[in-house]
Design a protein around this ligand. Structure first.
Ligand code: ADE
Ligand code: ZN
Length: 319
């Protein structure tokens, strides 16, 4: 039995398995530039974040209707439940859909319907986190937040993702301030491929409450000390880091260093359909590769509940 846990770093578009991609392509009359599921899977070989993002955005063309988004999220939640996930905080990238003519309401309504269904049928609680694409203009992020206003009852927070280098958190100061004023929680990808200073900016400029990835904080001991003192959670994604060549091998992953520095570390799957495994696979992978003892694994799982945007009653029930 998989250990009960929360998943806090998961892009719903990154759960699109090749089989579902082909099914949705057929349903929507879309021609994919791959002949088969096997050929598509063979394309999942990446040299860096951008090489992954190119395929990730291209495959999203199969997602068109509210039902497509509901089916995508339902498939993820079923797999997550089987991997011990009791609570999931799910990122979505509205600009990757609105830029193709899919309305934000179609995306949010479809996802929210599947989340509600899974709460009833699987007992998984969940949240939606709207991510801004950092390689798009800041004005577009603000327009995205404005267009999300009618749907904020279904959205817990905002995040920042996509190509990191050259797109510092500073660029999104205003939109994060507006999100905060609207009562939204804040997270940001930082220190994945980008420098440790982006982690500092995410905290100081965006008011980020968690850092997604954050592994490069280790290059700055003062920052590590601050993350420890302020107990800022890191949502670390080991399989992703290996597949996107942030680290060379799982055996060399800095997870033990982050834990050893006293940080609130969690283990997550990022884009499990692309990176070779869901959250329990990641946890089991690092347990074996890094020889983690059972208490450390239990602490990682407890951290996932501590770092979640949960009300205290549900947190106490889960921890
Ligand atoms: N979008 C989906 N996965 C991502 C990642 N690992 N980093 C940045 N943006 C992403
Ligand atoms: Zn991510």
């Amino acid at each position: 039995m998989a250990i009960p846990k929360a998943e806090l770093h998961l892009h719903i578009e990154g759960t699109l398995e090749p089989e579902l991609a082909f099914e949705l392509a057929e349903r929507n009359g879309i021609e994919l530039p791959f002949d088969s599921v096997e050929e598509l899977r063979r394309a999942y070989s990446f040299t860096d974040l951008q090489s992954f993002l190119d395929l990730y955005y291209a495959l999203m063309s199969v997602l068109r209707t509210e039902q497509d988004f509901a089916d995508l999220a339902a498939a993820y939640l079923e797999r997550a439940a089987a991997q011990g996930v009791r609570h999931a905080e799910i990122f979505f990238d509205p600009q990757a859909h609105t830029s193709r003519g899919v309305a934000i309401g179609t995306v949010v309504t479809g996802l929210a319907r599947a989340l509600e269904d899974a709460e009833r049928s699987l007992g998984i609680s969940s949240r939606l986190i709207l991510c801004f694409l950092r390689d798009r203009p800041a004005e577009e992020a603000m327009e995205t937040l404005e267009s999300a206003r009618p749907h904020l009852h279904a959205i817990t927070g905002v995040g920042l993702d996509s190509a990191e280098i050259g797109n510092p958190p500073e660029k999104f100061r205003e939109v994060f301030a507006a999100a905060r004023a609207a009562g939204l929680r804040r997270v940001a990808h930082a220190g994945e491929e980008g420098p440790a200073d982006y982690v500092r900016q995410a905290l100081d400029v965006l008011g980020a409450e968690r850092i997604d990835h954050g592994v490069r904080c280790l290059e700055d001991p003062e920052l590590v000390e601050r993350l420890r003192r302020e107990a800022v959670p890191l949502t670390v994604c080991p399989f992703s880091n290996v597949r996107l060549r942030v680290v060379e091998r799982l055996e060399e992953h800095p997870l033990p260093k982050l834990i050893g520095a006293g940080l609130v570390v969690t283990v997550n799957s990022d884009d499990p359909a692309y990176f070779g495994g869901y959250v329990e696979d990641n946890l089991d992978g690092v347990r074996r590769a890094l020889d983690l003892d059972p208490e450390t694994v239990r602490e990682l799982a407890r951290n996932s509940f501590r770092a979640a945007f949960l009300d205290e009653e549900r947190r106490a029930e889960l921890i």
